[in-house]
Design a binder for this molecule. Structure first.
Ligand SMILES: [Zn+2]
Length: 256
């Protein structure tokens, strides 16, 4: 069965030398990918790819490390972009206290504004949260009607259990790393019906390619690892996670 990458950054410079070839491989070997916006430029690019290729969907939004470009004007442009039927979510948005490129209060304010934006246009969200689990959950609790994906899930099993009634957990290459103990526990404990596959390419390359550039096709190694941890077959992982990704992004089986 062909897989889905729920979180890719094909607009990244790392693909400048061979982007068309990578897209060709995706077309041949995958169901589809979702290209994730992280600022105005990448959001525009994501929509451009989605309009060019039937196997690409897009999200638009400002990543917490990239909010220097955020303004009322840029939000209005995002609102226009978000009208495109191939824009399936708002993201990636959230909090990043690791890099802390902006003060916590500023990040929280823009996170809330983008959650309001998602609510207004009625689309799910893709959450980025790094070293900010508690504040992320508290803010999400202010928006009980908002659903989506908790990308590159960084938290505990306990936090995961509190999130999965509204959020799918994005599982990527980290799962294949030697120090993935916490995430392995999460994958063991949380039902497959609540997980989606992602690469976050060109970052987070899974073993055995760790250290090289990541690309959507490598999502297969994440699926294989989930199958191994849960002691189920690869086809089941593919089938259920594909279904989950379609549900959360509202992409029906009939349309690609
Ligand atoms: Zn990302």
């Amino acid at each position: 069965m062909k897989l889905i990458d729920s979180h890719a950054h094909m607009d990244n410079d790392a693909f400048d030398c061979d982007r068309e070839e990578v897209f060709q491989r995706i077309e041949e070997k995958m169901d589809f990918i979702v290209n994730i916006g992280y600022d105005l430029e990448s959001s525009k690019k994501s929509v451009e790819y989605a309009n060019k290729y039937d196997f690409v969907y897009a999200t638009v939004g400002f990543h917490p490390d990239e909010i220097s470009g955020y303004s009322q004007e840029s939000l209005e442009i995002l609102e226009d972009l978000a009208q495109d039927p191939k824009v399936v979510a708002i993201g990636e948005i959230g909090l990043d206290y690791h890099w802390m490129t902006h003060p916590k209060e500023v990040q929280q304010d823009i996170f809330r504004k983008q959650l309001n934006f998602a609510r207004k246009i009625g689309k799910p969200v893709v959450i980025h949260s790094r070293e900010a689990m508690e504040d992320t959950i508290n803010i999400l609790n202010e928006f009980p009607d908002i659903k989506g994906i908790f990308h590159c899930y960084p938290g505990s099993v306990e936090s995961a259990k509190g999130l999965v009634d509204r959020f799918y957990l994005g599982i990527g290459g980290v799962l294949t790393f030697k120090n993935a103990k916490k995430l392995i526990e999460v994958v063991k404990e949380i039902p497959l019906e609540k997980l989606v596959l992602e690469t976050d390419c060109p970052y987070m390359t899974p073993a055995p390619f760790r250290g090289k550039r990541n690309e959507p096709l490598y999502v297969e190694y994440v699926a294989r690892k989930i199958a191994e941890i849960k002691n189920i077959d690869f086809e089941t992982v593919a089938e259920i996670t594909n279904k989950n990704t379609r549900i959360v992004y509202g992409i029906s089986e009939e349309i690609k």
